[in-house]
Design a protein around this ligand. Structure first.
Ligand code: PLP
Length: 620
């Protein structure tokens, strides 16, 4: 299978016997996979169109259970004497439908939330968490943030204020003096071990967050002097996201434990060791320490953490702390996918060639003559010759020596030669001379989505997500394509794809069917993408649908969030849609007065403007 679905699909994304992408229910392993194109046509009947983000609630529930139960079994197996308390970092996916479900599914595991800002704390405090669950507050905090966190303790929340700097300790002490309520405190330490990968700057000496040993000691002394040392219960560190190599985890946890045991020796009554986020996702399915992949499973990650902490604490004769992690990506990435339709294609070959006209420039005959000696042994030579003649023709056209129709005949002859070269390459068993150059002939499939809105990390940091056609997978793909989005930005393209045999600059696709839509799916987009997306060209949020996979192989529609309308995105950029309608109406009336528009056309033109303003920002 060229797309490697069995490699990266984690048994959740599969190919059905009918050649569709199917979604398996991990909570009902015997249930048949639900066809994703089937889900889309059902949603289409209900009036919900692509592009859309499809969230699968069962996947979220599964991942939360997976991580919590993996920690629980590592704890039992190792004889670890502390507990595990996960918190979900809200920044990774702040959408209400996601956070509400995480809280619901996590309740039985005392799963909490991590807030990296005041708004995130406000969101966290609007949820009924389990009694033992934590709210961990990271990031830069002002007095208002700290006050709310302290006051929330009165409602039974276990809200931990993680001190990021000595200055923050001063603010906490001031707020404590005003309120007279003891805070629950943490300290963020800066680990010197650095991870490899895209997020290496989140760790090590130069990371922006956390305190060095000198600052740490200063904070401990400040808290002791203020009579607040007994409130310092949690030590925090964060390695960076998508840690590729499990040995980096071991090293960092080992270092974090050194701080923990030293702080304990200083008389700090720590009880919680928070190791931050970082558990990665194997986007490519390669199972190795490489970009977009990881060399460990969830179970291995949990076992490594628990064993390392257990060993370090025993060696220092310190009581086993409650282990806290803030995994975001690993919890939520799998549960969302982006699906969109292909609108049209630009092909870089042609099925037939025109006859050379009698008075055509001789270069056109020369170009056509290449077809006479084109065979499997002379691919490179024919490629070179055809490209030479085509480029010469273009030069003549630019200087005005040949006309548009001659140029068009030349281009088509060239494209037909390329089609024949592609066919000869496809028929070859092994590699050919022109394999690398063929990528220049990949089609462009124009797709109904915005890279900047829906896949910002693909644009910004070369993140790879599995991308695959959702249908016709029992037919051999007959073309290769790069994907271009609907924005007017040449950066809005995808030209790196995860395939069974590695990363490729083009995606095998099928010729676009005439009688049905051709959908592509981008998988594992649940982490970071939704809120990092921007409004380039004013393409707004897509429709978002949350579904649950049923045990009988069907699905339930749990929630629909309609995508932004044009009027919504206009208001994000300071335009008042009502003012715009009024301004447009004025222009229309002006045109009627000037006689360039008939009064009878007024209703039609204003109606068209209003319909647009109330419509979806994507191609409908
Ligand atoms: N905790 C903190 C403090 C973070 O900065 C982050 C993000 O980088 C996370 C948790 C989540 O990390 P991840 O999504 O890699 O698990």
């Amino acid at each position: 299978m060229v797309y490697g679905v069995d490699k990266w699909g984690k048994g959740l994304i599969v190919v059905t016997d009918e050649g569709d992408i199917g979604l398996r229910n991990p909570l009902a392993p015997d249930a048949p996979a639900v066809s994703l194109p089937g889900i889309l046509s059902d949603l289409d009947e209900r009036g919900i169109k692509s592009p859309m983000v499809l969230r699968v609630s069962s996947y979220l529930e599964h991942e939360i259970a997976h991580i919590n139960e993996s920690f629980a079994s590592a704890i039992t197996r190792t004889g670890y004497k502390g507990d595990y308390r996960g918190v979900f970092p809200i920044k990774v996916n702040q959408q209400a439908q996601v956070i509400d479900r995480i809280v619901e599914f996590g309740h039985k595991y005392n799963y909490g939330l991590e807030a990296g800002s005041k708004p995130e704390l406000v969101i966290a405090l609007a949820h009924r968490l389990a009694k033992e669950a934590l709210i961990v507050c990271n990031g830069v905090k002002d007095a208002e943030f700290i006050q709310l966190a302290i006051l929330s303790r009165k409602l039974g929340f276990n809200t931990v204020i993680v001190l990021e700097s000595p200055k923050e300790a001063d603010t906490v002490i001031e707020v404590y003096k005003e309120l007279g309520i003891e805070p629950l405190l943490g300290v963020r330490v800066k680990l010197t071990n650095q991870i490899s990968g895209k997020w290496e700057e989140s760790s090590g000496d130069r990371s922006a967050f956390g305190m060095n040993t000198d600052q740490l000691v200063a904070v401990v002394d400040k808290l002791r002097d203020a009579g607040l040392l007994q409130c310092l219960k949690l030590q925090h560190s964060h390695l960076g996201s998508q840690v590729q190599d499990v040995n980096d985890v071991r090293r960092a946890v080992g270092e974090a434990c050194r701080y923990y045991t030293e702080l304990t020796a200083e008389g700090v009554p720590l009880t919680h060791l928070d190791l931050g986020g970082g558990m990665g996702v194997d986007y490519t399915g390669e199972k190795k320490a490489a970009e977009n992949s990881i060399n460990y499973t969830v179970e291995e990650y949990c076992a490594n953490v628990v064993e390392t902490v257990s060993y370090a604490m025993d060696e220092a004769e310190v009581a086993h702390p409650t282990i806290v992690t803030e995994s975001g990506r690993a919890v939520v990435a799998t549960s969302s996918m982006l699906v969109f339709n292909v609108l049209e294609s630009t092909l870089y070959d042609a099925p037939s060639a025109p006859e050379v006209a009698p008075d055509d420039n001789h270069l056109i005959s020369d170009l056509a003559a290449v077809g006479g000696y084109l065979n499997a042994e002379r691919l490179q030579e024919c490629w070179n010759d055809a490209t030479f003649y085509r480029n010469e023709l273009r030069a003549l056209f630019r200087r005005g020596y040949i006309d548009l129709r001659q140029m068009a005949r030349g281009e088509r002859i060239y494209l037909n030669l390329m089609a024949r070269i592609k066919a000869l390459v496809a028929a070859q068993k092994g590699e050919t001379d022109v394999d690398d150059q063929l990528e220049k002939l990949a089609d462009i499939y124009h797709c109904n989505f915005s890279l900047f809105q829906s896949l910002p990390d693909v644009w910004a940091i070369d993140q790879l997500h599995p991308i695959v056609p959702l249908q016709m997978l029992n037919q051999t793909p007959d073309r290769r394509a790069v994907l271009s989005d609907i924005t007017c930005d040449s950066d809005g393209k995808v030209d790196k794809f995860i395939l069974a045999d590695g990363v490729s600059p083009s995606l095998p696709v099928h010729s676009l069917p005439e009688d049905q839509p051709y959908h592509l799916g981008v998988f594992f987009v649940g982490a970071y993408q939704e809120t990092l997306g921007d409004l380039h060209n004013l393409f707004g949020d897509t429709n978002v649908v949350t579904i649950d996979l049923r045990a009988d192989g069907g699905f339930d529609l749990l929630h629909e969030q309609e995508g932004d309308t044009i009027s919504q995105v206009m208001s994000y950029v300071e335009f008042d849609p009502t003012d715009c309608v009024a301004a447009f109406r004025k222009l229309v009336d002006g045109a009627i007065s000037a006689g360039t528009l008939k009064a009878s056309e007024r209703k039609l033109i204003i109606g068209a403007y209003r319909d647009s303003i109330n419509g979806y920002t994507y191609y409908e």
